[in-house]
Write a protein that binds this ligand. Structure first.
Ligand code: SF4
Ligand code: SF4
Length: 252
């Protein structure tokens, strides 16, 4: 993502507004966690396990077939025969991760290059480097920062927020099947678009929220590592976040 400083300045100017949306997002998360079916089991860490998944499977896999050799947010292909155990990498939920000396504020699986977002609607994703089920708000010691996309040729950084996106994105469907209507989009300023790591570190967003696991995100289609959004105009990076974030699981 580019122009993060100006986005942060904007965020501090509109702190009150952002926090109101943070509350909306929090309520959304609470409502979402209440969506799990009655059949779901509670795991040792207090998390709701996906229906029919044992604690052992949750920790060590195997994960469902759809994740087995899937591509991560950073373009890493998962190899089921070459994974770390969660214990090897001090895997923890965000709250526990904050007590680890290697953890930096705002970093979580949802903005890690190895994360594979939910693909089957059970609220959990997977990881290209670590075995078992993974939630966007988790973290581990081999966290990998997503590379910042380069400003496309012939465009300035300042233009990214309002630029018309390449043709292949204009009426594309998001990763959760939402069709983009170029005549019905919010501006990046209106939705407080910023980097996910910064938004979480500043308590504007909840751990686990990023464009990469948002229902509206349209992943890279032309190899320039930028994506787009079915609800917001301009270039959008996988590690970004905005105030109308919606968990991809809600639409799967
Ligand atoms: S932080 Fe660790 S567990 Fe989470 S996605 Fe990245 S490498 Fe995987
Ligand atoms: S709605 Fe916001 S969080 Fe979701 S993909 Fe679009 S810009 Fe990112």
């Amino acid at each position: 993502m580019g122009d993060s400083d100006s986005r942060l300045d904007w965020a501090s100017n509109y702190g009150m507004w952002s926090r109101r949306n943070y509350l909306v997002a929090t309520v959304g998360i609470a409502a979402l966690s209440g969506c799990l079916g009655d059949d779901d089991e509670e795991g040792e860490g207090g998390e709701d396990l996906p229906s029919g998944v044992s604690q052992e499977e949750f920790e060590s896999g195997p994960v469902p077939e759809v994740y087995m050799s899937a591509m991560s947010l950073g373009g890493e292909q998962r190899d089921p025969d070459d994974l770390n155990t969660k214990a090897d990498v001090s895997f923890a939920e965000y709250e526990g991760a904050q007590e680890h000396s290697a953890h930096e504020p705002g970093r979580c699986c949802a903005n890690c290059g190895d994360y594979i977002p939910d693909k089957n609607g059970d609220e959990f994703g997977a990881c290209a480097e670590v075995e078992g089920y993974i939630d966007g708000e988790d973290w581990c010691t081999i966290y990998e920062e997503l590379p910042e996309p380069e400003v496309p040729e012939g465009m300035s950084e300042a233009e990214l927020a309002t630029a018309e996106v390449p043709a292949e994105y204009r009426t594309a469907s998001s990763q959760a099947g939402e069709e983009r209507d170029p005549d019905d989009l919010r501006s990046q300023e209106e939705v407080n678009l910023m980097e996910s790591v910064e938004a979480i570190a500043d308590d504007i967003a909840m751990p686990g929220q990023s464009c990469g696991n948002c229902a509206e995100f349209i992943p890279d289609k032309n190899g320039d590592t930028w994506g787009a959004c079915a609800a917001v105009e301009g270039y959008v990076a996988v590690e970004d976040w905005c105030s109308i974030w919606e968990h991809v699981s809600e639409e799967l």
